[in-house]
Design a protein around this ligand. Sequence first.
Ligand code: NDP
Length: 454
Amino acid sequence: MSDSPRRPLDERLAAVHCQVLARNPGESEFHQAVEEVLESLGPVVAKHPEYVEAAILERLCEPERQIIFRVPWVDDAGAVRINRGFRVEFNSALGPYKGGIRFHPSVYAGVIKFLGFEQVFKNALSGLPIGGGKGGSDFDPRGRSDGEVMRFCQSFMTELHRHLGEHTDVPAGDIGVGEREIGYMFGQYKRITNRYESGVLTGKGIGVGGAQVRREATGYGVAVFTEEMLKATGRSMSGRRVVVSGSGNVAIYAAERAQRLGAEVVACSDSGGYVVDDGGLDIGLLRQVKERERGRVADYATRRGPGARHVEGGSVWEVPCEIALPCATQNEITGPDAARLIEGGCIAVAEGANMPTTPEAVRLLTGAGVLFAPGKAANAGGVATSALEMQQNASRDSWTFEYTEARLEEIMRGIHERCATTAAEYGSPGDYVAGANIAGFIAVADAMLALGLV
Ligand code: NDP
């Protein structure tokens, strides 16, 4: 169950909150994501009664469609396995449903709904014409052979394909789903539909319609957003000690881009522990171990030699830093972690992962004056570049790395600006959480009003 709210909710918002709790029992992550948005919206409903009259909030908290399905597949030993698949098509007021697919044993309806809800606001904030959705399965790809992963992806897509389409619903990757999995799913979609509809999935490999920079986009965007946030207070990342959690897609490229901005990235992690590398992470080696060999950070430490040490089972937030980039999973920075970060001299936290900071930790950090960038804003570079991939697929074009990266950076600076101006306009200057929630909400709410009661 989530923490008690930071400030009491306006009574109209409190009623929405109660309804969400009653209609979605046991889905604590979804409750937490909704509460965090509602906490920001008091000044908005006060200024815009039309949103309340049209029940925009109640409608926003109820997904347009939720699909749950069986995924049968056969493992390498010939045994039949059954997993559960999900796709929550949350809101299509601004465009086709758009959001990743997560394969992780912790996946259940509450996780997919929290991610889908966040995605609606994030996509709106990006300024691009995309709605919000999310999907996944409780399948665990770790330790599975290529053949097993392919058979699982094919079975997952055999059911899901009927709900997708480049103008309907366009999934991408997330935890446990990268280029390999997207390729297998795209292959199965193509086979079933007899259509080379590249725009139906993003995050594809470059050879099959993928876009330059999509792989790097989420992480790069996190670093660029962090730099913008620091710049706004007359500081920069250069020369600062950075800790990244996770060592997957988002973490690797957040670390790489932070290094390009002159930061010293000294630690990263996985679910087995963390590695501290005082010489600064060797991104080439990290990519070799994690992307090509599908190894662990412990393997990185062994290969890196005496400068790097692996701590089995510990939390990476034990490592003091000036900038923290949580890029692994939800609720990974707890209250005690936040207290430790503040004590260690942390000046900024930017969420690469979705909702990695608990409400208690957010309160402690912001209360101590630490700059805080919520995932909806800081990690929006991934979905924004997915939208650029859709544009290229639609026009059968392909852009260069440099051009695409420049577009990504422009989008991230735009998101930063939108958050900062909106927060100031609604009476919370410097509060990026309020800025992101309000700006995203208004874009979706206005589109919903324009479309009538649908
Ligand atoms: P990956 O699967 O590539 O990497 C995930 C990393 O986080 C791995 O190092 C993994 O370690 C670690 N991790 C995952 N779950 C846990 C856990 N329960 N406890 C400890 N460590 C964990 O995923 P991504 O990098 O794609 O995604 C990371 C986060 O970023 C997620 O919150 C995702 O929703 C968010 N995100 C991703 C985007 C994208 O474009 N990929 C876009 C926007 C947000 P291990 O291998 O040991 O499990």
